[in-house]
Design a protein around this ligand. Structure first.
Ligand code: TXA
Ligand code: MG
Length: 363
């Protein structure tokens, strides 16, 4: 069978081979999008929820399905830089240079927009965010649809982004038309958002394309400073203090790793004594310290070991799944260790953990 069609309420799920997606499945999804429907699909970062970017009604449905505030602009996905010109006032030189190096891939570029892009996509901003995703399913879908696709992450607003089709169903079951299930995504956290509309190219959201990688190509790239106050007019609402959050309150332990882990274990033990079911997000190296909590209480702990603390791609790829798993397990609190390094992929991981912690940081 080329693909399987499963009914799940009003939301169909089509399984596709992640590397060689079935043409019929892609054609079904593409025509759904062209007709104004909502289709979730895998990208290399997280699952996106797609809508025809030039169809205002479709984009409005997308905001409703996610429960996303209208002042939070979405990223427009295209299949190659050749489709960029109609969306922007002008293609900046830096966009050519960066696209040659990083597209397709986890880099979103913010540029002055053209009048063709509906206000609903840009939340009324004079800029539009665009990227070319690298996942074969996303690429095939964009080629088949032949339209720009507006796609935020396919989660309910403020929940962790989905890295598996099951996460999309969990949040959006019955609220969207179709899910292309291409298995788990590779990167696991969202793309880097780089603003080219400012005097100096500025990273608004760190991601898998690191500042070091960007500076190799455009030396004057800077990281945005300070957080956006909640509810303020954008630059980047992904920067809202509370975003990417599990339901259970998450506390983040930063600083010298041994001390941080001891504090985490001590606070988790206190919560256990109060009879709480406790969730822990840790690295493989933390195993001994955590197991030492003792067998009597260990049944009340759900631990997710994301991988070696030195393997940041593994940590990133499992972070959101761990948050969702712990919610499903019904933990009352989550204690997370920091994987902080202030370079490379560590910056993006730390950013997402801090947002999930929404201020509950022990240092
Ligand atoms: O990896 C990703 O980027 C995923 C996949 C699906 O492509 N998409 C994603 O979309 O994370 P979303 O909507 O969850 O996050 C988009 C981010 C938000 O922080 C938003 O504020 C920012 O991009 N953004 C969108 N348009 C913008 C604009 N015109 N100016 C500044 N920031 C913008
Ligand atoms: Mg999102």
């Amino acid at each position: 069978m080329p693909f399987s069609l499963t009914m799940a309420g009003m939301t169909d799920v089509l399984r596709v081979e992640p590397t060689r997606p079935d043409r019929d499945a892609i054609a079904t999804a593409a025509s759904c999008l062209r007709g104004g429907g909502l289709v979730a699909f895998p990208t290399e970062t997280v699952y996106g929820l797609g809508a025809h970017a030039l169809d205002r009604a479709a984009v409005q449905r997308l905001f409703t399905a996610k429960g996303r505030p209208a002042n939070d602009p979405v990223i427009v996905h295209i299949d190659s830089i050749d489709r960029l010109a109609p969306l922007v006032a002008a293609v900046p030189d830096a966009a050519h240079t960066l696209a040659a190096q990083f597209w397709p891939g986890p880099l979103t570029l913010v540029m002055k927009r053209s009048p063709q892009v509906p206000d609903d996509v840009t939340a009324g901003l004079e800029t539009v965010a665009v990227r070319v995703p690298a996942h074969p399913v996303a690429a095939a879908l964009l080629v088949a649809a032949g339209i720009p696709i507006a796609a935020p992450s396919a989660n309910l607003f403020s929940r962790p982004s989905p890295t598996q089709a099951a996460h999309v169903l969990e949040d959006l079951h019955g609220r969207i038309d179709l899910i292309l299930d291409g298995g788990p995504t590779l990167v696991g956290i969202e793309s880097t958002v780089l603003d080219l509309s400012r005097e100096q190219p500025t990273i608004l959201r760190p991601g898998a394309t690191t500042i070091e990688m960007l500076r190799d190509v455009i030396p004057d790239v800077i990281m945005r400073s300070g957080d956006q106050p909640e509810g303020a007019a954008m630059p980047s609402p992904g920067l809202l203090p509370k975003h990417y959050s599990p339901r259970a309150p998450l506390t983040l332990y930063e600083g010298e790793p041994t001390t941080a882990l001891q504090r985490l274990v001590s606070d988790a033990t206190d919560a256990l004594k109060r009879g709480q079911l406790v969730g822990i997000i840790a690295a493989e190296e933390d195993w001994h310290t955590i197991e030492a909590i003792g067998p009597a209480t260990l049944q009340l702990i759900e631990v997710r070991y994301l991988g070696s603390e030195h393997d940041l791609p593994a940590i990133a790829s499992r972070l959101y799944t761990a948050m969702r798993d712990l919610d499903t397990a019904g933990v009352a609190q989550i204690f997370a260790r920091s994987f902080s390094t202030d370079e490379g992929l560590g910056v993006a991981i730390q950013d997402r953990l801090r947002r999930a912690a929404a201020g509950r940081v022990v240092h």
